[in-house]
Structures are given as structure tokens and as C-alpha cells.
Design a binder for this molecule. Structure first.
Ligand SMILES: C[S@@+](CC[C@H](N)C(=O)[O-])C[C@H]1O[C@@H](n2cnc3c(N)ncnc32)[C@H](O)[C@@H]1O
Length: 359
């Protein structure tokens, strides 16, 4: 057992590590490419960063045991990022990339710390406009999460491979809460015979998604600014889709039950809905050994829960958990819900929902 004050000292040190700077400034990627110990000036040249700032940051990394310090034959101090560290901290790590997450706590702190402190007294939500850099960050996360595995592993796992066969032939798909369209554009690129519609209520994100689809010459991808809570009453969506996805988007909704009911009406009879959400339990006592518990509850507190409280919303938060999710999906009227593991993704669950008839 470590003494509690030792534990706090460790927390202070680990919390101060500032890995997010190394990730966002691509210092880790550059050091990984160099692949051997390098001196300060060589690193400054390779990263095109100021050597005095770099030196101070390297002090953090070396004492934090992220980067190792040695000396070359001329006695100059050199810095080396071990390959095993680069394997999880750099962009090449694909969906094993934990580096991208190191930016999240600083980003949410800068965006919302003051507002959250105030809302602790009032219980109100924090407007999405407090998070101007959130969508761009989500795109980085989405790219890391989806690029290697969405087409290769995830879609083939749906309905025992039958979904992919139908995607190849040509079906209608909607991605709800699509953000800047990373997942949707990947799917549209992989299945040119199918038609894809991305919905989000964030105008700027939709504009960026459209632009990316254009740059990728995707003729089968469309995007529309839409409030997901209003879909249910909108005839233009009624029974139009064979497959609907929501990646990491339902727990952020102010009115998740309305949204889920809307999704159910969008589906053709027999259609599927894939809700991808954080793998956690609803009761705190069942999350005691969650490998990322403190991190995920923090992201929830600093973003997901307060944005979900807006518009007199339910504020589910990211850690709403499997039991609550299953209850809500049942209340929305899905005939069948299976909570499935996701290949190569230990942190999310796939709620595969089916609707047999949808009045
Ligand atoms: C955590 S982000 C996930 C984005 C994207 N699916 C991804 O995985 O990168 C949640 C998304 O839900 C969108 N959203 C929140 N409330 C919404 C609503 N009422 N209608 C439509 N989209 C909404 C947000 O704008 C945001 O893009």
C-alpha cells in the first residue's frame, strides 16, 4: 500500500505531464521517425520548434519517464522516445492511439472549467458554443478510432456479415450525430452503391463534413443540419433507411428518448440501428475497476453531461452505462437489442438494435 500523500504526489506529477503538447505539436511523431537518440538542436530543427521551449518540455518528459536521456560521443545530451512508447503515443498507432486522448482534458479545461464551476451551483447545462474546438478534436479522435477498423472490422461484424453484403449491393444509411463526417465519409468511400446521409445539429461541423466529401469526390454522401430530437415528427425521414449508426452521440443528447424513437421511425421494417457507446456499468459501484474510470467520468463532467443538460435535457453523461442504455432502447420500442463487443475496441459497446415493424 502506498502512503496517500505519495499517491497525491504521483497524481500531481502524472497530471502535470503535458503529453498533449507533445501530441498536438507532433513532437512524438517526429521523434518516432528519427528512431534514435537525438540532441536538442537536432530535435528543434526536425520539429521546427523553439529549442528553449522544447528543452523545458523535454525536462517534463524525461523526469516523467516518457523519453529517455543519454549522451552521445561528444558528451551532448540526447533524447529518445522508446518504440514501445511511440506505439501508443503517435498517429501511426491507429485505433491503439492513446496520444490523441492526452489533448482532451486540457481542451475541456480551457473550454469549460469556469462555466462548469458556476453550473455546480445552478445545475444548468453548458452551451455547446463553449467548446469551439471540440468538433475538430472529435474528428482527430474519429480518424484514430475509425480509419483502420470501421470498414475492416466493425461493419463486417454486424448481422454476421450480411450488412456488408447489402452495403455492397446498395442500401440507404444514416449516421446520426455525424460531427465532421469522418465515419460517414469512410463508409461512403467503401460502399459506392449505397447512399449515406449524415445528420448533426452543428452547422459548422456539417459544412466541414460536406467539404470533406467533396474533396474525396464522394457522390453518395449527403449531410444535413438537423436536430435529432425532431426526427420523429418529420415525414421525410419516415422508413427511409436500412441502417442507422450513432457513434458516441446518443449520450450527448438532451432528449435521448425522443432521438431513439425518431431513429426507430427512420428504419424500414427489419432495419438495423448500431448505437456505439462507452462500455461501462450504470451503477458507480460496478465501475470501480473500470480501466479508464476517472478519465471517462472527467470527460463526462466537463462536456457530455453539461451539454446534455441544455434545453432542460436529461444530461445522461458518458458513463450512463449499459443497463440504462438497454432500458432506454427498449422504451424507444426496438424489438431486439443485443449488446455486443466491438472487435479491436475494448472501450465501447455495440448496441445492435432491430425494428421488425415500426408504426
Ligand atoms: C461526441 S460527438 C460524436 C461525433 C461523431 N459521431 C464522432 O464519433 O466523431 C456527438 C455529436 O452529436 C451531435 N449532437 C448533439 N446533439 C444533437 C442533436 N440534438 N441533433 C443532432 N446532433 C446532435 C454533436 O453536435 C456532435 O457532433
Amino acid at each position: 500500500m502506498i502512503d496517500f500523500s505519495d499517491k497525491i504526489v504521483q497524481i500531481l506529477n502524472h497530471g502535470a505531464l503535458n503529453l498533449g503538447l507533445g501530441y498536438s505539436l507532433k513532437i512524438f511523431d517526429v521523434m518516432d521517425k528519427i528512431g534514435e537518440p537525438a540532441g536538442l538542436e537536432a530535435l528543434a530543427t526536425a520539429t521546427t520548434l523553439d529549442s528553449r521551449y522544447l528543452k523545458e518540455w523535454l525536462g517534463i518528459m524525461v523526469t516523467g519517464k516518457i523519453i529517455t536521456l543519454s549522451a552521445n560521443n561528444q558528451g551532448e545530451e540526447t533524447y529518445y522516445l522508446p518504440k514501445a512508447h511511440a506505439d501508443v503515443l503517435t498517429r501511426r498507432a491507429g485505433n491503439g492511439n492513446l496520444g490523441v486522448y492526452t489533448q482532451e482534458t486540457p481542451l475541456l479545461t480551457v473550454s469549460a472549467m469556469e462555466a462548469i464551476q458556476k453550473k455546480f451551483s445552478t445545475g444548468e447545462g453548458v452551451p455547446f458554443s463553449n467548446y469551439p474546438r471540440f468538433q475538430a478534436f472529435m474528428s482527430q479522435l474519429s480518424n484514430a478510432k475509425h480509419k483502420q477498423v470501421l470498414i475492416r472490422d466493425f461493419l463486417p461484424s454486424v448481422d454476421k456479415g450480411r450488412l456488408v453484403e447489402r452495403l455492397k449491393q446498395g442500401i440507404r444509411v444514416c449516421d446520426l450525430g455525424c460531427g465532421e463526417g469522418v465515419a460517414l465519409n469512410l463508409m461512403a468511400g467503401a460502399f459506392p452503391n449505397s447512399r449515406f446521409l449524415g445528420l448533426d445539429n452543428h452547422e459548422k461541423a456539417i459544412a466541414i463534413a460536406k467539404n470533406s466529401a467533396q474533396n474525396l469526390n464522394l457522390a453518395n454522401a449527403w449531410f444535413k443540419v438537423t436536430d435529432a430530437a425532431q426526427i420523429k415528427g418529420d415525414n421525410s425521414f419516415f422508413q427511409k433507411f436500412d441502417y442507422v449508426t450513432a457513434f458516441d452521440a446518443i449520450h450527448d443528447q438532451s432528449h435521448p428518448l425522443e432521438v431513439l424513437k425518431g431513429i426507430r421511425t427512420m428504419l424500414k421494417p427489419g432495419g438495423f440501428f448500431s448505437m456505439i457507446d462507452i462500455k461501462a456499468a450504470t451503477r458507480l459501484k460496478n465501475n470501480l475497476d473500470h480501466p479508464m474510470g476517472p478519465f471517462l467520468y472527467t470527460v463526462s463532467l466537463m462536456h457530455c453531461m453539461p451539454v446534455g443538460l441544455n434545453d432542460k435535457g436529461s444530461g445522461l453523461g458518458m458513463m450512463w452505462g449499459r443497463e440504462q442504455a438497454e432500458k432506454l432502447l427498449a422504451r424507444a420500442g426496438f424489438d431486439r437489442v443485443d449488446a455486443l463487443p466491438i472487435p479491436n475496441d475494448p472501450f465501447n459497446l455495440h448496441f445492435l438494435c432491430q425494428t421488425l415493424n415500426n408504426k
